[in-house]
Design a binder for this molecule. Structure first.
Ligand SMILES: [Zn+2]
Length: 182
């Protein structure tokens, strides 16, 4: 008797406690539906806000064997910024007034950003510490370039690029040669 009653009880149980997913999803959808006219634009806005600038990033996540800006590269990054921090102040239009302390990667080194002058920016100690390790969105890069037009020497490019170019490779070879000759 038991062996017959047991499975039938089990069936009854699953029928009464089983979740009616159709009803749950239906009520969830009904809850979300009124917010959709706001949620969709918000989602699109967030995607646009966090999109990187095409063609400027490192193009690969492979880490540059050169970890930090040193010697001539560090000097060049700091000098073209007039040894002043390049971070934004006040709604990204003005510039941090503090003296620069570090040559920092615009595209983070940990995400494949190369240790090349075109990927460098001068930062004060405070801004260097508070900088996130995220790939900068398009507007961050464009606003940095816009600010740079006001203080970079006329013959220096304001363009940010996280990749190693042919010129960078040649410069590295020349530095290595010079070091070997010493
Ligand atoms: Zn600063």
């Amino acid at each position: 008797m038991e062996s017959v009653a047991f499975p039938s009880m089990k069936n009854e149980q699953s029928a009464t406690t089983g979740v009616d997913w159709h009803a749950v999803l239906g009520s969830m959808w009904q809850g979300i539906q009124p917010a959709l006219p706001y949620l969709v634009p918000l989602l699109i806005f967030l995607i646009i806000l966090t999109t990187p600038l095409p063609g400027r990033g490192p193009g690969s996540r492979k880490r540059d064997p050169w970890r930090v800006f040193k010697y001539d590269a560090r000097r060049a990054v700091l000098a073209r910024a007039g040894n002043r921090c390049e971070a934004a102040a006040l709604v990204f239009v003005l510039r941090c007034p503090t003296e620069a302390a570090e040559a920092d990667h615009v595209y983070p080194w940990s995400k494949g950003g190369a240790t090349v002058i075109s990927n460098g920016q001068a930062l004060c100690r405070g801004h260097n510490r508070s900088k996130s390790n995220l790939t900068p969105p398009w507007w961050y890069v464009l606003l940095l370039e816009r600010r740079r037009r006001n203080y970079f020497p006329a013959d220096v490019s304001v363009r940010v690029s996280g990749a190693i170019g042919a010129a960078d490779k040649a410069t590295r070879r020349a530095w290595a040669d010079r070091r070997n000759r010493r």
